[in-house]
Design a protein around this ligand. Structure first.
Ligand code: ADP
Ligand code: MG
Length: 322
């Protein structure tokens, strides 16, 4: 295989054409697939795989691995505005780890998150091999109300939830054993907070939505590409936690833009809905910040400008095959 291919080209070259059923409302290319099941409901389906030392450090506890695995999958449900209901678990683990202690911790972590978000484990697969956890989550939406990546229009306001750069700051601490660990960040890494309630509320306001797993530039880039618009971002408006700004003033901006692992939502709201949306978000204590707006895509196909500078949407983000 060509070693420089990224996973997005790989998916579009080899798998994207395989979707074809009429009841598939949204196929490959969004945070989850959407299937029309009844005349009133759609099911959202998303899968994410976590590989040891790629998606979490080797020394993570079983409970930490389990909470991270389920939370990152639930985040794709939030991005679609879906209510998560069920999940399957495919667990591949080294033979020598099959101690009841490891499995006890793993199952406790899973149960804690499953309880919190009211989702049931309904099946899976168990094999021996390098530690890899693959979860498929299924959720429900009223028909036609799923949030997709392709609905943004010129003039829409671009928002993000929470703070950006926490995931990258946490990873920086986890990979540098000499650094003092910050409990807030370690929790953000091992138990990101899928924005399910925000996603459900956004059905009434957002024109497009994505969750930020690979960094704002990469993920907002996917949204702009799917919608055919250009995002103008004002970097002064990026929400960065004051602790990170203070402790890592040199890195915090680039962590917020390209770091990934934040699992916040990035979404667009039409200008004429802005006031109603902000009133609703404020009344319901959702922490959201406007960071820019959409304009028509120019003929150069520049999908993203930050402080009026063109930015390549492949500049950030982790690529598994590069
Ligand atoms: P996310 O970051 O939201 O989990 P990904 O970047 O992993 O999304 O995937 C992008 C899109 O490509 C998704 O719609 C996903 O379902 C699809 N996809 C990824 N890998 C494959 C594959 N091997 N076969 C078919 N579709 C895939
Ligand atoms: Mg996603």
């Amino acid at each position: 295989m060509n070693q420089t291919i990224d996973e997005f080209s790989l998916i579009s070259n080899f798998f994207k054409e395989l979707t074809g059923q009429q009841d598939v409302a949204v196929g490959i290319g969004d945070d989850a697939a959407i299937i029309n099941t009844t005349k009133d409901h759609q099911i959202a389906v998303a899968t994410d795989t976590l590989v040891a030392s790629v998606h979490f450090p080797e020394d993570a506890t079983a409970e930490q691995i389990a909470t991270r695995a389920l939370c990152v999958n639930l985040s794709d449900m939030a991005a679609m505005g879906a209510i998560p209901k069920w999940f399957t678990l495919s667990l591949c683990m080294p033979k020598e780890w099959v101690s009841s202690e490891w499995l006890q911790g793993f199952s406790q972590g899973l149960a804690r998150v499953a309880d919190q978000y009211n989702v049931s484990l309904i099946g899976g697969d168990t094999t021996a091999g390098p530690l890899t956890i693959s979860i498929t989550v299924l959720g429900e939406n009223p028909i036609g109300q799923s949030l997709c990546r392709d609905g943004a229009k010129p003039d829409d306001i671009i928002y993000v939830s929470g703070t950006l750069g926490d995931g990258a700051a946490a990873l920086h601490q986890l990979l540098n054993s000499t650094l003092k660990k910050n409990d807030r960040l370690i929790e953000r890494f091992y138990q990101p907070q899928p924005q399910i309630d925000l996603g459900i509320g956004l059905r009434a306001y957002a024109s497009a939505c994505i969750d930020i797993s690979d960094g704002l530039i990469a993920d907002l880039g996917h949204l702009c590409k799917a919608s055919g618009v250009t995002a103008l971002i004002n970097s002064q408006l990026l929400p960065i936690h004051p602790d990170i700004k203070q402790a890592h003033s040199g890195q915090s901006r680039s962590w917020a833009l390209t770091g990934g692992d934040d699992y916040q939502l990035c979404f667009t709201v039409p200008l004429n809905q802005q006031a109603d949306f902000e009133y609703w978000a404020d009344s319901n204590n959702f922490d959201v910040n406007a960071i820019g707006n959409m304009i028509p895509l120019d003929h150069n196909q520049d999908y993203l400008k930050i402080d009026n500078q063109k930015v390549s949407i492949t500049a950030g983000g982790y690529s598994h095959f590069r």
